[in-house]
Ligand binder design. Structure first.
Ligand SMILES: Cc1cc2nc3c(=O)[nH]c(=O)nc-3n(C[C@H](O)[C@H](O)[C@H](O)COP(=O)(O)OP(=O)(O)OC[C@H]3O[C@@H](n4cnc5c(N)ncnc54)[C@H](O)[C@@H]3O)c2cc1C
Length: 378
């Protein structure tokens, strides 16, 4: 990876990536982008437009094996036609996709073509384990292929790598199977089973509508009463939803899930499922038993499977050494910039955790970083 050369009496590596290698062996460049999902690719595209060269001025690192961001891991029955609203990446439209094909394939192929078209040279699989303070005002990004020393960071690591499993008493005694949306591979494995689905978001309702056709019984359990949204999700509603999440992030609170502010879309399939009783919701149970779940009043349901459709949290553990977290548990972000460290930008985080939000955040982060780098020469 690194070619050796002699400089200032020390053996220094001359990098094939970055402009130079510092005393500690870290490759120096302007920007590291972590994550090649919608948010990271949008940022990389806008970096390219400012004239930045991949591998010399910036790198995009991703630990997944293939292009597609988190989409590559979504279950095959989540066809492109079932996806709520995928916005194309900037500069290249996704057109003519077959609605019946899995979204993982459609979007994986689209992202691969996008990376090729704009020469983004995503480096994968590369795991980023930690980002910490480096030398001379630079950050130090520690990865499975060595260290980088950028002047700024765009963190675009999404949420898929951090499924959220709530804890309930008795959970460890359950003799059936427990799995999370992140493990869901389609309805077939639930044939003839009694399944409790926990979670009032879009994933929970989609799992139920698929599983109900083959399962012996399904039960839907949610903490709050689900709100079904009539009519299209217009721009005004979109703006209002984003503003609510934005407000939390500004106050340093952990971002909410988007569905908690947008509600569940009431389409024909959902209407049918409601008529058939598939989406009759039960309140949250109090504990888990060996053979099912139990409510406060002593009622029980026998189950073979508990499917936790309880969402995801931002995958930002590698940023911990920078101490960006507020006492409220979240990272305070203004536009895309971390309030505690102006070199760090979070895209696809909180209010920008949607395909359209990620597009915009990528552009905003690059603009802001450009201004920062112009102000503070290397
Ligand atoms: C089931 C489901 C359906 C959805 N449907 C829609 C929809 O219809 N419309 C919509 O707008 N939004 C949808 N979303 C939200 C959607 O995930 C976002 O809109 C968007 O795709 C997220 O893009 P991203 O780039 O932020 O994250 P991701 O696509 O998750 O990309 C993050 C990338 O970072 C990489 N990464 C993470 N940690 C590290 C690390 N430490 N080191 C190296 N690489 C790392 C991962 O490998 C991944 O490739 C859905 C979400 C889910 C869970």
């Amino acid at each position: 990876m690194l070619r050796q050369g002699r400089a200032a009496g020390k053996i220094r590596a001359r990098p094939t990536v970055g402009r130079s290698v510092n005393y500690f062996g870290a490759r120096e460049l302007d920007v590291v982008v972590i994550g090649a999902g919608q948010a990271g690719l949008s940022a990389a595209y806008h970096l390219r437009r400012t004239g930045a060269e991949p591998e010399r001025d910036f790198v995009v690192l991703d630990h997944a094996p293939r292009p597609g961001g988190a989409w590559q891991f979504r279950w095959p029955s989540l066809t492109y036609g079932k996806v709520h609203g995928m916005h194309s990446l900037p500069g290249m439209k996704l057109t003519g996709a077959d609605d019946s094909r899995p979204s993982s394939e459609v979007i994986g192929a689209y992202f691969a073509a996008y990376e090729r078209r704009f020469g983004l040279r995503v480096r994968r699989p590369v795991e980023v384990s930690a980002v910490r303070e480096g030398e001379g005002g630079r950050l130090l990004v520690e990865t499975s292929e060595g260290a980088y020393a950028p002047r700024a960071l765009i963190n675009a690591t999404g949420t898929w790598d951090r499924p959220f499993w709530p804890r309930y008493p008795g959970q460890e005694t359950f003799r059936g199977r427990q799995l999370h949306t992140a493990d869901y591979a389609g309805p077939e494995e639930f044939t003839g089973r009694r399944v409790v689905v926990v979670g009032g978001g879009a994933s929970g309702t989609q799992h139920l509508m698929e599983i109900a056709d083959v399962a012996a019984a399904t039960y839907w359990v949610t903490r709050r009463t689900p709100v079904f949204r009539e009519g299209p999700f217009d721009q005004e509603r979109g703006r209002a939803a984003v503003a609510m999440v934005e407000d939390r992030v500004r106050r340093g609170l952990p971002p909410q899930s988007v569905v908690s502010v947008t509600g569940l879309p009431l389409n024909d399939a959902v209407r049918r499922a409601r008529e058939q009783g598939v989406l009759d919701r039960l309140p949250m149970f109090e504990r888990i038993t060996e053979s099912g779940v139990m409510w406060e009043d002593g009622r029980t349901v026998e189950a073979d499977v508990i499917l936790w459709a309880t969402g995801f949290r931002p995958a930002v553990g590698h940023l911990a050494p920078l101490s960006l977290r507020e006492p409220g548990g979240g990272i305070r972000v203004e536009d895309t910039r971390a309030v505690r460290d102006a070199r760090v930008h979070l895209v696809g985080y909180g209010p920008s955790a949607s395909t359209i939000g990620a597009n915009r955040a990528g552009r905003a982060a690059v603009r802001s970083i450009r201004r920062l780098l112009d102000r503070v020469p290397a």
